[in-house]
Design a protein around this ligand. Structure first.
Ligand code: NAP
Length: 313
């Protein structure tokens, strides 16, 4: 029996938690830190569990047939020559979708109930009540209708919001105005009070929300970015906030993480900075997903759907 390497450049404590959890759900296997496998044995390893793997460590495993990612976002791996386009199985965990949908609802309500405005007023000792509009008079736009987008849409609908959604291919989603393509996005944006990004970062989505697209948004709209920073032009976003065209931005992802101390985003009055916490992977439920995928492969030689390198997700 070959060990299963965990090729992961992550915090030591987190690394240990993953090893314990994966070995608990795969008691007949031996999941080990990749560094514990010598170069000779590494050549015979067929599959690995990966999280933010370094190219150097991947190079020691030249005969991998597939990798199981512990994360949902795999944009860095898609462009790694060391993987030579072998199947990357992304983390698709219903619990992750639930956690993300919870975050979407939390921060949508934060904007909907004007909490940034009331926090500003408190700092200025200002007692002023603003008009309340119910969710039925607000429209939330969701970019991406994949595992996370669908869960977010369901939660928003249950809470009474009108929902528009945008994705690459045309779709019919019950009670949702769906749009596709660049023209479709241009048509959707002017109607959104809140725009939420739940897209993968690919060549096509890079800088998608540039100055032009941000200008298309309804005046006074707000942004929630729970996907990846480069999908937005944050400089253009700050200009739109400064001009008053946009009201507020909740940002969970940044071009450099941790966000550098000198970043103006920290103190921008119309930006809420979150330290990449919208969709944390649940180690317990994600380990069970890994277990199912690994056991299916060992017993039947079959793999779950893998990332399409051409599309980038
Ligand atoms: P998914 O199931 O693969 O869904 C991706 C969605 O994006 C699909 O609806 C797809 O359209 C759409 N899309 C892709 N490229 C597009 C394009 N060029 N134009 C329009 N739509 C496009 O992915 P997921 O599991 O929902 O995850 C989405 C992303 O969330 C991940 O890639 C990751 O970056 C991010 N994420 C962030 C956190 C966090 O903590 N901040 C946590 C987890 C994940 P089709 O339906 O037409 O294919």
């Amino acid at each position: 029996m070959h060990p299963i390497p965990l090729i992961a450049d992550i915090d030591t404590d987190e690394h240990q938690l993953w090893l314990e959890s994966l070995n608990r759900v795969l008691p007949d296997q031996q999941v080990v830190a990749s560094e514990a496998i010598d170069d000779k044995q590494a050549e015979s390893i067929e599959f690995a569990i990966v999280a933010n793997p370094t190219p150097a460590e991947l190079r020691r495993f030249p005969n991998l047939k597939w990798v199981q990612s512990l994360w949902a976002g795999v944009e860095k791996m898609v462009s790694m020559a060391e993987l030579a386009e072998i199947p990357i199985v992304r983390m698709k965990d219903p619990e992750l979708a639930r956690i993300m949908a919870e975050a979407v609802l939390t921060w949508t309500l934060y904007l909907h109930r004007q909490i940034p405005t009331y926090q500003r007023q408190q700092a200025q000792h200002t007692w002023k009540q603003h008009i309340y509009l119910p969710p039925s008079q607000k429209r939330v736009g969701v970019l991406g209708t994949g595992k996370l987008g669908r869960a977010a849409i369901a939660t928003l609908l249950t809470s009474g919001f009108n929902v528009s959604a945008w994705s690459r291919s045309p779709k019919q989603i019950d009670r949702v105005d769906h749009f596709a393509g660049s023209d479709g996005l241009d048509r959707m944006l002017p109607h959104c009070d809140i725009l939420i990004a739940l897209l993968p970062l690919t060549a096509e989505t890079h800088n998608l929300m540039d100055e032009h697209k941000l200008s298309r948004l309804k005046p006074g709209a707000s942004i929630i970015n729970f996907a990846r920073a480069p999908i937005f032009d944050y400089d253009a976003l700050c200009r739109k906030l400064d001009e008053g065209h946009l009201d507020h931005a909740v940002l969970d992802v940044f071009n450099q993480e941790p966000l550098p101390d000198k970043s103006p985003l920290w103190s921008h009055p119309a930006v809420s900075v979150l330290p990449h916490i919208s969709g944390p992977t649940d180690i317990g439920s994600a380990s069970l997903i890994v277990q199912q995928n690994v056991q299916r492969y060992l017993q039947h030689g079959t793999l779950p759907d893998a990332v399409d390198y051409r599309r980038g997700y």
